[in-house]
Design a protein around this ligand. Structure first.
Ligand code: ME8
Length: 533
């Protein structure tokens, strides 16, 4: 099993688990697609992968959402959790485990961890007086809040980070000696790759060194929070939802059965939950005697047409609706082609359609059509092709050859670092070179002159390019890549990453039978109201 493999032979990657208080939007899709692309990439590089995702279902926020919906909390969670599952599957995310924090296997782990922390002396009974942000499920100090004008002009207090309203709480709760772990956390952070991109590691170190770490409340009285896991030694308290939620990563690892898959290789998170994952989480783990994760990969947020997504503005992009409108392939492609993990990104339907049409329909799909259409490729073959054939095509052929042989290293380097957008940029440039060969050599004219050897020389160079590119694009657009590789009749065993490299094709091979169009152009978007004003 995975658990027995060394950390460099297996690959355990996770997404955050999603709050079930609203329908999945493109921010959630991005986290998922980014994780799925990395999981697929590692798989075709030969790793044994565990990709875990799921839903975060306890806490005051969910309790309130269920009440507002007039629904029993468990039924409410079942319903929304299914929506997340559906949205993630529509985005072709091929997860291995889908955890819900209301499952028994998880509740057992959380209670066991609580007991360990208690036995090791890291928990004490105290009290909390201060601010709490229900939307973020976060305890905040005075300086982490600020006053802003409310909807009616009267000042309200909000989280300085998220801008969401906070309430004053005074209650008894159990506390975790977070203050005792500052040194351990700084030691963990010495390794530059534990938090990526690098600017986020800087943020964490600044939080840890600027002020003293306060201890953390990790329970709520049951009359305040019913919808939670009970503290095993004191059922009058429920366990703080973030302690509960973070340990989902240990549950999916198979703990407490031995052996379990630990530590995670990479945990993908949004920048808004960095503090929970880079301070609380490793501190809990170290305290309980576990190794902290090898790496946190932090991504920024998506705005929509320049604005923060929000229910009140009404600009939240629903994943299922977007995928149905433009196809899951186009949605995935856009998120990975346009999404830069280290900076905020903007989602626009118009731009998505333009990018997908120009890259997938024109640059890729059209090239395939030109190489395989029966009018030109009368024998329906992938011809044999040698290095010398590229050079025989003149400067354009040599340019294509050089671009193609440099591509694998370029793309691997970028994909290794979650810079899928940069890898895709290189792939698109190589495809452009192939299109230039087509455009300058005009095989359709050579065919009219019956120069079929010359025709197949051109087709051979372009088909070989498409084969390499098709393998590389599997993590990005899995179903489209598989259709492409099927058409090129690339055997399933020849689709691993080490085959994504120019290889002289000594024998010609027949093409696959499916001649349907690879990617249908998406009809232009209707101009939005804003654009017509
Ligand atoms: O935070 N753009 O759940 P969540 C990009 N349950 N990513 C976004 C985004 C946006 N506009 N909005 C949200 C939680 N996300 C907790 C996690 S893990 C133990 C518990 C990302 O449903 C966000 O950054 O609010 C986070 O990574 C993920 O979606 C889940 O957010």
């Amino acid at each position: 099993s995975l658990a027995k493999l060394a950390i460099d032979e297996r690959f355990y990657i996770s997404t955050p688990i999603f709050y079930v208080n609203a329908a999945p939007h493109i921010g959630h899709a991005y986290t998922s697609v980014l994780t799925d692309a990395m999981a697929r990439y590692q798989k075709i590089k030969g790793k044994k992968v565990l990709y875990a995702t799921g839903t975060d279902e306890h806490g005051l926020k969910i309790q309130q959402a269920a009440t507002a919906n007039n629904e029993d909390p468990k039924k409410y969670c079942d319903r929304i959790s299914d929506q997340f599952k559906e949205a993630i599957q529509i985005c072709e995310c091929d997860y291995d485990d889908y955890i819900r924090t209301t499952e028994e296997r998880h509740e057992k782990v959380v209670q066991k961890i609580w007991t360990i922390l208690e036995e090791k002396g890291h928990i004490y009974k105290g009290s909390y007086e201060g601010w709490y942000c229900v939307s973020d499920e976060a305890f905040l100090t005075e300086t982490q809040t600020k006053e802003v004008p409310g909807p009616d002009g009267k000042p309200i207090r909000v989280s300085a980070d998220s801008g969401r309203p906070v309430e004053l709480f005074r209650e008894e709760n159990y506390k975790f000696r977070l203050s005792a772990f500052q040194k351990d956390l700084l030691k963990w952070l010495e390794n530059e790759s534990v938090v990526k991109p690098v600017q986020f590691r800087g943020d964490v170190i600044a939080w840890l060194t600027k002020e003293e770490l306060p201890d953390l409340s990790i329970s709520r009285p049951i009359d305040r929070l019913k919808w939670g896991i009970p503290v095993p030694s004191d059922p009058s308290h429920s366990i703080y939802v973030w302690l509960d939620a973070l340990f989902n990563y240990l549950t999916v690892a198979g703990y407490p059965d031995e052996p379990y898959v630990w530590p995670p290789n990479i945990q993908v998170i949004g920048k808004d939950i960095l503090k929970f994952h880079a301070i609380y989480w490793p501190a809990f783990l170290i305290a309980a005697g576990f190794e902290p994760p090898k790496q946190l990969l932090v991504h920024c947020h998506w705005t929509v047409e320049g604005q923060k997504m929000s229910k009140s503005i009404g600009n939240v992009v629903n994943v299922v609706e977007a995928a149905e409108r433009v196809s899951p392939t186009a949605l995935r492609y856009f998120l990975l082609r346009q999404g830069v993990p280290g900076s905020d990104n903007d989602f626009s339907m118009m731009q998505l359609i333009n990018v997908a049409n120009s890259d997938l329909a024109d640059n890729l799909g059209n090239l395939l059509q030109r190489c395989t259409g029966p009018a030109i490729n009368v024998d329906q073959i992938a011809p044999s092709i040698f290095e010398a054939d590229f050079h025989a095509l003149g400067q354009e052929g040599t340019d294509l050859f050089n671009s193609l042989v440099q591509l694998p290293d370029k793309v691997s380097k970028r994909f290794d670092d979650f810079e899928f957008y940069m890898g895709l940029q290189s792939i698109m440039l190589t495809l452009k070179c192939a299109n230039i060969v087509m455009q300058s050599k005009k095989p359709w004219e050579l065919k009219k002159q019956n120069k079929m050897d010359d025709v197949y020389l051109i087709l051979g160079a372009c088909i070989e390019t498409l084969r390499v590119v098709g393998i590389m694009m599997q993590p990005i657009v899995p179903s489209l890549s598989s259709k492409l590789l099927d058409r090129l009749n690339v055997d399933a065993s020849q689709r691993t990453w080490n085959h994504a490299v120019f290889t002289e094709q000594v024998e010609k091979r027949p093409l696959g039978a499916d001649q349907t169009i690879l990617f249908k152009r998406i009809a232009e978007a209707q101009p939005t109201a804003a654009a017509t004003n």
